[in-house]
Design a protein around this ligand. Structure first.
Ligand SMILES: *Cc1c(COP(=O)(O)O)cnc(C)c1O
Length: 410
């Protein structure tokens, strides 16, 4: 009997808890405590973390910031993106990708994603480029890289800036090279649900030395390294990460390789197991993706293969079987922020042409994003940090629901 009907749960042994920590984090936090260097400016922990995270991603520079949203805001602000500019980004992402663009006064131009990978569609990007376009933000959805060959080529051909929102993709690779430096900047988040965490936190990676200096300045009140503390050269704010977080993240980073290998291998095992299940289509793995960080395991759910059972009811049944689930994103274009016109408060007052342009964007259709938003199911990454039995049980639970689906119909 289905667990939701009072039967035994498929999952008996618990999934590994997240966030994960051990004595490494405890010791690091104690050390920061006793050092009395809690602030990054005179400290060494956050600096050490920046260098280690950048090196791991084969990047020259890393600038740690307060969170992944700020990473995008600082990255754009240091590029002097602002009023009158357009930035192209996927309709299917977390709101921060778009709100960061609005924070600068620029217009987020939403485009649809590719069926299969659910990453930004390069054809849609190309079609959305105008005289006002300054940048493209690619999102590596759930850890799967966007098509970096085409996006990097297109950015260079049109003289546009490419930013990789890599909040889901720590350690992800495209053709054996780590993501984050295929464009001018790669931004990451260390919020609690992400692949490594200090509760909050973020980082910007770049290979460009002049840009690194600008980013560092913007994130630290417009200061310049080596200059007097009360001299401010750029418009900036305080986006500094604390030493507590820097210390914890250094320890978390040391585990990323091994955890990433597990998430990837276990996800491939689930691909195999779900291959036999009608109506379930896992997110496509592009052959050029040599490692997917797997922030989540996404699959498309075809309710027809489940006796017409709605996705919502399927998810309830899945959770009852003991399998964790995390919500998919709603399409950005459907958010109140855009529908109500609230976004206009961020544009230059009286800029009617931007409002018209945004309306034109919002009036388009985004069929793949809608499919991704309303027909996929997400299993969070920590479910893949255990053993093969855990993975087997995810597949077993799905098959059990399929066999009994008609019992759950209204
Ligand atoms: C989490 C996330 C962010 C923002 O990161 P925060 O640290 O939560 O501010 C940005 N983009 C995407 C795609 C995210 O998932």
């Amino acid at each position: 009997m289905l667990a939701i009907k009072g039967g035994a749960k498929t999952k008996t042994k618990a999934f590994p808890p997240w966030p994960y920590f051990d004595q490494g984090e405890e010791k690091a936090l104690q050390e920061v405590l006793h050092s009395r260097q809690w602030w990054r400016t005179p400290g060494s922990r956050t600096l050490e973390f920046e260098r280690a995270f950048a090196a791991y991603h084969q990047a020259k520079f890393g600038i740690a910031v307060t969170n992944g949203t700020h990473a995008l805001e600082v990255a754009l602000s240091a590029l002097e993106v602002g009023f009158g500019d357009e930035v192209i980004l996927p309709d299917f992402t977390f709101v921060a990708t778009a709100s960061a663009v609005l924070s600068t006064g620029a217009l987020p131009v939403l485009v649809d994603v590719q069926d299969g990978t659910y990453c930004i569609d390069p054809d849609q990007v190309e079609a959305a480029i105008t005289d006002r376009t300054r940048a493209i933000i690619a999102v590596h959805m759930a850890g799967h890289p966007a098509d970096l060959d085409r996006l990097a080529e297109m950015a260079s051909r049109h003289h546009l800036l490419l930013i990789e929102d890599s909040a889901h993709a720590h350690g992800t690779e495209w053709k054996k090279r780590k993501i984050g430096t295929f464009g001018i900047a790669g931004t990451f988040s260390f919020q609690a649900s992400k692949l490594m965490t200090a509760g909050e936190g973020g980082i910007i990676l770049t290979n460009d030395e002049a840009y690194e200096e600008k980013v560092r300045s913007v994130h630290d009140c417009g200061r310049l390294p080596g200059k007097w503390f009360y001299d401010h050269y750029n418009y900036g704010s305080n986006y500094r990460l604390s030493e507590w977080q820097g210390a914890v993240l250094t320890v978390q980073l040391r585990r990323l390789e091994a955890q990433g290998a597990k998430r990837f291998a276990h996800s491939r095992l689930l691909d195999e197991l779900l291959g036999a299940v009608q109506g379930i289509t896992p997110q496509r793995l592009d052959e050029r993706c040599t490692h997917n960080g797997h922030y989540a395991y996404i699959f498309h759910y075809d309710q027809e293969a489940f006796a017409g059972l709605s996705r919502e009811r399927f998810i309830e049944a899945l959770k009852a079987e003991g399998i964790p689930e995390q919500a998919s994103y709603p399409p950005l274009h459907a958010l109140d922020l855009f529908e109500s016109g609230a976004y206009k408060g961020r544009l230059l007052p009286g800029d009617n042409s931007s409002e018209r342009r945004m309306q034109e964007v919002l009036d388009r259709s985004f069929p793949v994003t809608e499919k991704a938003a309303y027909e996929t199911v997400w299993i969070p990454h920590f479910a893949f940090l255990g053993d093969e039995q855990d993975v087997q049980e995810i597949a077993t639970a799905i098959q059990k629901i399929q066999r009994h689906a008609s019992e759950l119909l209204p």
